[in-house]
Write a protein that binds this ligand. Structure first.
Ligand code: NAD
Ligand code: USQ
Length: 406
């Protein structure tokens, strides 16, 4: 297949590009490199030393003989260039990772809220619009999030995207209806993914676009089979308070002897998936495309759920790290249960990698190797969800923990 990977320079995008290229697909990366600029804005860098995208592509070619093409396009701002590229290249599939994906970054200020909404919603809409305009019938696979469902504890399993409900008509008869599972996003970022869902529903119904939306949990790990092959193919690894995600953060914190930063009681339960499984799932979804006229196909792309404090305590036992229970900078349920259906990927043959499989120590080893690149002051998460919360939390002078000042 000829595949366009939008956001192919990112944490999940790059290993996906390599995985698909390794399988013999012709892969084109489209990225505006905004994520690298955001590192500069925040004054942080990936834990791992990343080469330029052009250099990464050159190394892969030298190693495997397979070509990767890179196209510098901002999909949110350069509609005409995106449309013309699609018209000329005519890919069979488009994988859409190209969004601002950090909840804390999206909540930092009014400017960050605007940027996240404008970038994510315009980018997704531009892509859908261009697919219709060019008429190329490519299968669109979008990376969405488990967070669109919210974290209310109703004690029922979260279905894969749709919910069967009954409503009473005017004659008092009960009628069945299938609806998108009601969204309850917990950040501006998660809200943009909820808006994406409506855009997909409209374009599938109105224009017959073939769309798969992957509601993915928190991705952990750093290497895949392909990134392990050469030092310069190494993946991005975010550890900072805005972009680092919880399990990867705990692992690097353990590696540098930094107390594990649990927000609140740590009673938040979240869904997780290893990076290697994430790229496998994307390949499985690519090969299971809906037909024109079908509803949007939604998969829950996760393999296990864990409570944040259980993860911290497990890593503390494994590594001897201390655990710090901190005031939560986010507005979120202190405790929640989470039961998630993921039957579709299991039926397609996914054999999940679990936390128990020794890959936790691989991340700790990578973190130890590059520990000299970590700025400890960038570890705390300081982006507060509301003004009230911002007034109650601040970082201490060493930047090693949040404390309550009220
Ligand atoms: P990332 O920030 O590392 O990568 C996103 C890439 O998209 C970056 O290379 C960035 O430069 C590019 N990009 C952003 N806006 C763009 C635009 N307007 N035009 C062109 N390129 C643009 O993020 P990631 O962790 O690789 O996540 C990829 C996707 O997967 C995101 O959509 C995210 O919401 C979703 N996701 C990620 C996780 C996770 O734990 N990392 C979990 C669930 C879902
Ligand atoms: N948390 C801590 N300590 C930390 C960091 C986070 O306790 O140091 C807590 C948070 O308060 C939250 C939970 O851990 O309750 C998860 O936070 P996270 O930053 O790991 O994940 P989240 O903000 O939800 O976002 C990440 C990705 C996003 C993706 C989402 C999948 O950045 O792109 O969509 O995971 S999901 O969570 O399933 O919606």
């Amino acid at each position: 297949m000829k595949i366009a990977v939008l956001g192919g320079d990112g944490f999940v995008g790059w290993p996906t590009v390599l995985h698909l290229s390794d399988k013999g697909h012709e892969v084109h990366i489209i990225d505006n490199l905004s994520r690298r600029w955001i590192d500069t804005e925040l004054g942080v860098q990936s834990l791992t030393p990343m080469d330029s995208i052009q250099e990464r592509c050159r190394i892969w070619h030298d190693l495997t003989g397979r070509k990767l093409a890179f196209h510098l396009i901002d999909i949110a701002k350069e509609y005409d260039r995106l449309r013309d590229w699609l018209r000329d290249a005519r890919p069979d599939a488009v994988i859409h990772f190209a969004e601002q994906r950090a909840a804390p970054y999206s909540m930092k200020s009014d400017r960050h809220k605007n940027y996240t909404v404008n970038n994510n919603v315009s980018g997704t809409h531009n892509l859908l619009n261009a697919l219709v305009e060019t008429g190329i019938d490519a299968h669109l696979v979008h990376l969405g999030t488990m967070g669109v469902y919210g974290y209310s504890s109703v004690g029922a399993a979260i279905p894969e995207g749709y919910l069967d409900v009954e409503i009473e008509n005017l004659e008092g008869e009960k009628k069945g209806l299938e609806i998108l599972y009601p969204t309850r996003p917990g950040s501006i970022y998660h809200m943009t993914k909820s808006l994406d869902q409506i855009l997909f529903q409209f374009y599938a119904q109105n224009d017959g676009l073939r769309i798969t939306d992957l509601h993915q949990g928190i991705v952990w790990g750093t290497h895949t089979d392909q990134t392990r092959r050469h030092d310069q193919l190494i993946n991005r690894f975010d550890y900072d308070g805005d972009y680092g995600t919880v399990l990867n953060r705990f692992l690097i914190q353990a590696a540098i002897d930094y107390p594990l930063t649990v927000h609140g009681t740590g009673g938040q339960t979240r869904a997780f998936i290893h990076l290697q499984d994430s790229v496998r799932c994307i390949e499985l979804a690519l090969n299971d495309a809906p037909e024109a006229g079908d509803r949007v196909k939604i998969f829950n792309q996760m393999t296990e759920t864990h409570r944040v404090r259980d993860l911290a305590e497990m890593i503390a036992r494994l590594t001897g790290a201390k655990v710090a229970y901190l005031p939560n900078p986010r507005k979120e349920a202190a405790e929640n249960d989470l039961i998630v259906k993921n039957d579709q990927f299991l039926a397609l043959g996914l054999n999940p990698i679990t936390l128990a499989e020794g890959l936790l120590s691989e991340v700790v080893d990578v973190a130890k190797k590059y520990a000299h690149r970590i700025d400890r002051k960038r570890v705390p998460a300081v982006s507060a969800w509301t003004r009230d919360i911002a007034a109650r939390v601040e970082t201490d002078p060493e930047g090693t923990r949040l404390k309550s000042v009220s």
